[in-house]
Design a binder for this molecule. Sequence first.
Ligand SMILES: *[C@@H]1O[C@H](CO)[C@@H](O)[C@H](O)[C@H]1NC(C)=O
Ligand SMILES: *[C@@H]1O[C@H](CO)[C@@H](O)[C@H](O)[C@H]1NC(C)=O
Ligand SMILES: *[C@@H]1O[C@H](CO)[C@@H](O)[C@H](O)[C@H]1NC(C)=O
Length: 144
Amino acid sequence: MALFTRNLVLVLFLLTITLCDAGISIHRKRRHVRVKNFLQLNGTLFTLTLHCKSKDDDLGKKVIPFNGSWEFDFIPHFLGATLYFCGFAWPGQFKWFNVYNDDRDIDRASKFQWSIYPPGPCRVDWFNESIVEGTCYHWNGEAL
Ligand SMILES: *[C@@H]1O[C@H](CO)[C@@H](O)[C@H](O)[C@H]1NC(C)=O
Ligand SMILES: *[C@@H]1O[C@H](CO)[C@@H](O)[C@H](O)[C@H]1NC(C)=O
Ligand SMILES: *[C@@H]1O[C@H](CO)[C@@H](O)[C@H](O)[C@H]1NC(C)=O
């Protein structure tokens, strides 16, 4: 009986390690996020000042001209709950948006772009920049 219990504990232990490893390899795939400035209103082109952070990573302030872009990459934390949020400033405006959130983004493409428009960001394909359906958001994250 004691031997059986010990073996059962060992099996559960190995199973736990295997499941954790699988979780880590899914979550730890490197992510690439590009932010591109399409801020234009009535023919006026705006420069975007962007400042992105996570809980333990401050990516600093970036100044992005109209039609310009900036990108960063990271490996999501293996326990999940990785969140990158940015402040977006242009004349007369200051907005927030979560550019990466495990809950929303973990199952999507590992490389993607946010195209930034005055009403909010739209998620687009990294390579051809076409809008991924249903992924235009209001500032602060509410889907349009
Ligand atoms: C931009 O133009 C639209 C009409 O074309 C007008 O309603 C709006 O007030 C203008 N916005 C600004 C900020 O000038
Ligand atoms: C935006 O940049 C691309 C190249 O990156 C260029 O082909 C295009 O003409 C630019 N558009 C504007 C409106 O500046
Ligand atoms: C852009 O690429 C995505 C993913 O590969 C594809 O689903 C989509 O049809 C492409 N769109 C265009 C306009 O080529």
